[in-house]
Design a protein around this ligand. Structure first.
Ligand SMILES: NC(=O)c1ccc[n+]([C@@H]2O[C@H](COP(=O)([O-])OP(=O)(O)OC[C@H]3O[C@@H](n4cnc5c(N)ncnc54)[C@H](OP(=O)(O)O)[C@@H]3O)[C@@H](O)[C@H]2O)c1
Length: 286
């Protein structure tokens, strides 16, 4: 029975993978949290590789605090670059197939058309740069891999924009939300389903970077508006420019990714973000 090691098990994406594991009973799963396995500690990764001997490693672990990374650069690079280097070199050594998740924040957002996998990267933030360095560590490691760049993740698990908006929407009469950053929301449940249902096909198309998000395009304002609407919350959402909501980390103003490559290679249909948002909100509503 092929073995799958899922790292970062307390996070949003890993929690969705855990939800699906019973549907994939042909595989043996091991989920590890940061307490069991710290990816920045090579010995810790090595001991799990030796005891579990995974055929596939799905890395959902990352330093994901985008703004905090600006002041915690060392920690961000220790996890997102050095940690990923550890996973890639051990995957190579143990012939394990690595599936790694990266981000639209590797781009600067200055393009006016959809971002393709081989477009020039130019991260604007420490987080984006640390994730790009993680991608590069995999590329030079010699392991077999799939890197999936995704964007604007949310889930019924963990902390995310959808849950924050639902909480604030229940407390406040109005909220200001940035309307000039454009991207594609992605429901972790959809990405998790893609990864597990295509696991063997991923290795048939090995050593590739792919873009995966839900279909459609939104600003954070559009996203917040739909969250309020679908949750039947009366809170008014006001569109504001990024300049009125300064954050420590700069974010790309346009980071919509082209999904032609993943749709072509895996013959998949990807749900529209509004369709998936409705499913998540259905789970979250009291
Ligand atoms: N969230 C987004 O909007 C977004 C967008 C694009 C791409 N991504 C990427 O998608 C992936 C999954 O994101 P997510 O939103 O599911 O992340 P998440 O909910 O923040 O989960 C990340 C997990 O990584 C764990 N972790 C942190 N440092 C670790 C270490 N040194 N060793 C082992 N585990 C460690 C964390 O553990 P603790 O719970 O103990 O802190 C957390 O459970 C990440 O690679 C992220 O960069 C995310």
């Amino acid at each position: 029975m092929p073995k799958i090691l899922v790292i970062g098990s307390s996070g949003q994406l890993a929690s969705e993978l855990k939800q699906l594991q019973n549907q994939f009973s042909d595989y043996q799963f091991l989920f590890t949290s940061q307490i069991d396995l710290d990816i920045s500690d090579k010995k810790s990764v090595e001991s799990v590789f030796k005891s579990f001997m995974p055929n596939y490693l799905i890395n959902c672990a990352a330093y994901t605090a985008v703004d905090k990374a600006e002041s915690e650069q060392t920690r961000a690079f220790d996890i997102n670059e050095k940690g990923v280097h550890n996973l890639a070199s051990l995957s190579k050594e143990h012939s394990c197939y690595l599936i790694h998740i990266s981000t639209d924040f590797v781009f600067d957002g200055k393009k006016s058309s959809l971002y393709k996998e081989d477009d020039q990267t130019n991260p604007l933030s420490v987080y984006g740069l640390s994730k790009l360095k993680g991608e590069e560590a995999i590329l030079v490691s010699g392991c077999d891999y799939t890197i999936i760049r995704t964007s604007w993740l949310y889930s019924s698990f963990g902390n995310n924009f959808v849950k924050t908006m639902m909480r604030l929407g229940a407390e406040k009469e109005s909220l200001n939300v940035v309307a000039d950053q454009i991207g594609s929301p992605t429901y972790c449940a959809d990405l998790a389903q893609f990864i597990l249902s295509q696991l063997e096909n991923l290795s048939l198309h090995k050593n590739n970077i792919y873009h995966y998000s839900n279909e459609g395009v939104a600003s954070w304002y559009d996203f917040a508006y739909e969250i309020m609407h679908m949750s039947e919350l009366k809170c008014r959402v006001n569109p504001i420019p990024t300049s009125d909501y300064p954050t420590p980390a700069a974010r790309p103003s346009f980071s919509v990714m082209d999904k032609m490559k993943i749709k072509h290679d895996f013959k998949i249909n990807i749900p529209h973000w509004k369709e998936s948002l409705a499913k998540c909100i259905h789970l979250l509503r009291p």
